[in-house]
Design a protein around this ligand. Structure first.
Ligand SMILES: Cc1cc2nc3c(=O)[nH]c(=O)nc-3n(C[C@H](O)[C@H](O)[C@H](O)COP(=O)(O)OP(=O)(O)OC[C@H]3O[C@@H](n4cnc5c(N)ncnc54)[C@H](O)[C@@H]3O)c2cc1C
Length: 366
């Protein structure tokens, strides 16, 4: 089974296994269930897709993370792309022949995304792109990037932005690795200098990329965390049964069981919030606050579960997977280091709190 999850790309063998699993799922018809059949999907319903994802999770595998192609770019292109763009990319995204990365964040534009400074100037049928993107997951593996660039500097902040597809082999692109505290290289800074992009690669209308970007962000916030947390609790419970202290299984310690029970209750609440979100979707209603609630609570629960596993493991928590004494192949050492990422990506938790405070509780804007 390939190592799945956001950092499954960290070594070559793990990345290759993840790609193989991606292709196998595609060949079996288990990816893009709601996508139109003409682009390699099944033309199925959202409910069918959710059931399929749940079954994959139950089997301990999940849909592999090979970048934001299937998850973000595909659904955005289905909604906004031209026929030519759909024909050119969608089937390859689904099959894993094209790996994508997301060029949104910049050194001075993260939570305040509309502050982005990358510029695209139209000239002779091309955009000439200059700027820099940062924290770009998988840029070093990607064939393509979807990016946001300013195409009208005089326009108001959220106007004058365009959504553009860039071939990563274009001259003028330099990819610089950013190594994380896990030791893995998951993301990068990407420099773009006079990169020529055909105007046909514009998605949506010029200067109206913010609307397209918001479509992508809506898909980004429904990232399946509500399904993952229950499995995390099960893994933690299994860990408690395999560890012992002073000759006693940790599972026999009522304080340990109570804490795991508390996590299970929270994971169940997140799962049911996910079902409420699904009900809204099935009724064709616009997204409610559930996405922010799930994002906030699931990421914080993930961090607390990893911290508790670290406590249970004691000194063994420091052993990484190359160490022969590492328990669960050093999974928890990696988890505790990775666990802060989900508090930041897809809109930081402070931003989610702002959204909930303002839109749900009706608090005044800070
Ligand atoms: C694992 C991981 C993968 C990522 N992958 C990608 C990727 O592939 N492509 C991409 O484009 N980006 C990616 N990102 C970047 C991510 O989207 C940004 O880190 C995020 O949007 C926050 O932006 P920032 O880092 O500039 O922090 P800032 O926006 O500078 O925020 C710094 C701190 O200030 C707080 N803050 C900011 N504004 C407010 C406010 N209005 N109210 C209250 N608090 C506030 C934030 O919550 C945060 O704690 C990734 C990040 C991570 C961790």
């Amino acid at each position: 089974m390939p190592a799945l999850g956001p950092l499954a790309d960290e070594d070559e063998a793990s990345w290759d296994a993840t790609l193989r699993w991606h292709r196998k799922l595609y060949e079996g018809g288990w990816l893009g269930i709601t996508w139109p059949t003409e682009y390699g999907g099944r033309g199925g319903t959202l409910l069918q897709e959710i059931i399929c994802d749940q079954e994959l999770d139950q089997a301990g595998s999940g849909v592999p993370f090979t970048g934001p192609g299937i998850w973000l770019l595909g659904p955005t292109l289905i909604q906004w792309g031209t026929d030519a763009q759909k024909r050119r990319h969608l089937r390859k995204v689904l099959s894993g022949a094209e790996i994508w990365c997301q060029g949104y964040s910049e050194p001075n534009a993260g939570s305040d995304l509309a502050a982005l400074q990358t510029r695209a100037v139209e000239k002779d049928g091309h955009f000439i792109v200059n700027g820099s993107k940062i924290w770009t997951s998988l840029a070093h593996r990607a064939h393509w990037m979807f990016l946001l660039a300013r195409t009208d500097s005089a326009a108001a902040k959220h106007s004058g932005i365009s959504y553009i597809l860039v071939d990563m082999k274009s001259p003028g692109i330099v990819i610089s690795p950013l190594v994380q505290m896990t030791g893995a290289r998951h993301f990068n800074q990407v420099f773009l200098e006079d990169v020529r992009v055909p105007v046909e690669n514009l998605v949506g209308r010029k200067n109206q990329g913010w609307q397209v970007a918001m479509t992508t962000l809506a898909f980004e916030r429904s990232n399946g965390q509500e399904r993952i947390m229950m499995r995390r609790v099960q893994e933690l419970a299994r860990l408690a049964t395999t560890l012992s202290r002073n000759g006693r299984s940790l599972w026999d310690d009522s304080a340990v069981r109570q804490q795991i029970g508390q996590f299970a209750a929270e994971a169940a609440a997140i799962r049911y919030t996910g079902f409420r979100q699904l009900t809204r979707q099935l009724k064709g209603l616009p997204p409610g606050p559930e996405g922010s609630m799930i994002k906030l609570s699931a990421s914080e629960l993930g961090l607390r579960i990893a911290a508790f596993a670290t406590e249970m493991l004691g000194p063994f928590a420091q052993l990484e997977r190359a160490d022969r004494l590492a328990i669960d192949r050093g999974l928890w050492a990696q988890r505790i280091l990775e666990a802060r990422g989900p508090l930041i990506y897809s809109g930081t938790n402070e931003i989610q709190r702002n959204i909930l405070g303002e839109r749900v509780l009706g608090l005044p804007k800070g």
